[in-house]
Structure formats: structure tokens, C-alpha cells
Design a protein around this ligand. Structure first.
Ligand SMILES: [Zn+2]
Length: 260
């Protein structure tokens, strides 16, 4: 059931955004709910969408334009105001609101340091609520909205759960352009990367590999900390450089993961 739903979801995303839909995170997508849950409490569950993650505050709203409000407009179905992903009054799933940022979706402050555990829990909650089986009795229009919102939540989760993509997203929200293909011309860093690659290639036992991985992860964390510091000070040049270095270490971690 979920497979079919996920296919639909990708289709909707592709249609809605005009870009290639990404593969959903298979292990994190919750199992399909039991039929009784789906049939009886669908409306009820959809109705608590908003309450469960908290109403977005104005301070967290991406849009500062006039009429931007608090990240929720009038419900297309009943007209109630402040509808955010789904309507708090009638439970109707709302169309994607471009003024809502990824942090708002998870009820988080727009900051770099977030608690990952909460993020995963909230992600699963959202996916349960937007699951195609739960909205199957709704109109085609609303099912389309649910598919778009579900895809958005997947994107938001992927982006915020990874330190590098979260950093890049924060810079984007600040209007800072980052050339993600740009390489760093630092002989010391390049030498270090070569050494890591060689060590990963030569390693023959998983214990040593894990040791290498943890060392590389520490480096990644150090640069993640540098990003946070620079970002907090609005020193965007330094923040960009930190993301570029994070990319090198993230790739190095990937190398070790491939071999483990
Ligand atoms: Zn409504």
C-alpha cells in the first residue's frame, strides 16, 4: 500500500515542483497504519495537525512581506484563518505555503543547533498524518495537497537532519548564495584528504576503520561548530568556508561508510 502511495507522492511532487522527485527515506517512513485507524480516526487525526506541532509564531515566519502572516492563510475549505499544512478547524489538508520554512514544519526555532531526536519523532508524526491511506477518502484536490505536503516534509527532514545541508539551508534563508561546486585551494586540507582516502583503502579490519571514521567525524563536528559561530556572528564568508570544509569531511565519512 505504501509503495503505491509513495509512487503517487513522487508523481505529485514532480508535477507540483517541476523538478525531479527524490527517493523517500525508506527506513524512516513509518509502516502503514492499521485499517481501523485509517477508517475511523482519519478526520480526527487530521484535525490535530496544527496543535501537535504548535502554531507557528510570527518570528519564525520566512515571509516578511505584507500579508505574510504567521505562516498560515485562510482555509480553502472552511475559511478559518491560520491554516498551516492542515486546517485546525475542519482538518482539511492545505496547499503548500511557500512562506512556511522547514524549521516551522517541525516547530523549531530557525537556528543551527537543533535536537535531532525530536526532529525524527516529528517527522514520523507528520508522515503518519499525511499518509496516502489516511487521506484516501478525501477529494482528489486534497489528496494532491497531502502528497505535496508529505514530499515537503521529507525534503525538510532530509535537509535539517544533515548538519551540512542544514547549514546551507540556513544560509539560503539569509539570502546568502553558496557555490556548492567550489573547491578549496588549501594544500594541507587536500593532503589530509589524500591521507584519509589512503588509510581507508588500506584498512583491513573494521575496528581500525571505525577509528578513522570517528576521527573524521570529529573534524566534521569541529567545522560544524565553526559554522555555527560564524553564522551567529553573521560572518557569512567564514560560514561559507566552514560549509565547504564540512563537505570534504562529509565525503570522507561517506568513504568509510561505504567500506564498513
Ligand atoms: Zn478549514
Amino acid at each position: 500500500m505504501w509503495r503505491r502511495g509513495a509512487g503517487l507522492l513522487r508523481l505529485h511532487l514532480a508535477a507540483a515542483t517541476g523538478r525531479r522527485a527524490r527517493r523517500p527515506l525508506a527506513p524512516l517512513v513509518p509502516a502503514a497504519p492499521s485499517p481501523s485507524t485509517a477508517s475511523s480516526s482519519c478526520r480526527q487525526i487530521l484535525g490535530i495537525f496544527r496543535g501537535s506541532i504548535g502554531a507557528p509564531s510570527g518570528s519564525r515566519c520566512l515571509s516578511n512581506q505584507a500579508g505574510g502572516g504567521g505562516g498560515g492563510g485562510a482555509c480553502w475549505s472552511c475559511g478559518a484563518t491560520g491554516a498551516f499544512l492542515s486546517c485546525g478547524s475542519c482538518g482539511s489538508v492545505q496547499p503548500v505555503d511557500p512562506a512556511v520554512d522547514y524549521f516551522q514544519i517541525f516547530g523549531l526555532e530557525r537556528e543551527y543547533n537543533i535536537k535531532d531526536n525530536n526532529l525524527e519523532r516529528r517527522y514520523k508524526e507528520w508522515q503518519k498524518k499525511l499518509h496516502p491511506d489516511l487521506v484516501h477518502s478525501k477529494s482528489e484536490k486534497e489528496r494532491g495537497y497531502a502528497a505535496e505536503q508529505s514530499a515537503l516534509v521529507i525534503d525538510a527532514y532530509r535537509t535539517l537532519s544533515n548538519p551540512l545541508s542544514r547549514a546551507l539551508y540556513l544560509l539560503k534563508l539569509e539570502g546568502v548564495h553558496v557555490d556548492e561546486e567550489k573547491t578549496i585551494n588549501d594544500p594541507e586540507l587536500l593532503m589530509e584528504m589524500m591521507e584519509i582516502r589512503e588509510a581507508v583503502n588500506d584498512v583491513s579490519d573494521s575496528q581500525t576503520l571505525e577509528k578513522i571514521q570517528s576521527q573524521v567525524k570529529k573534524k566534521l563536528e569541529t567545522w560544524s561548530g565553526s559554522f555555527q559561530e560564524a553564522f551567529d556572528q553573521k560572518d557569512f564568508d567564514r560560514a561559507i568556508e566552514a560549509t565547504q570544509r564540512m563537505r570534504y569531511y562529509e565525503r570522507a565519512v561517506e568513504e568509510t561508510v561505504k567500506k564498513l
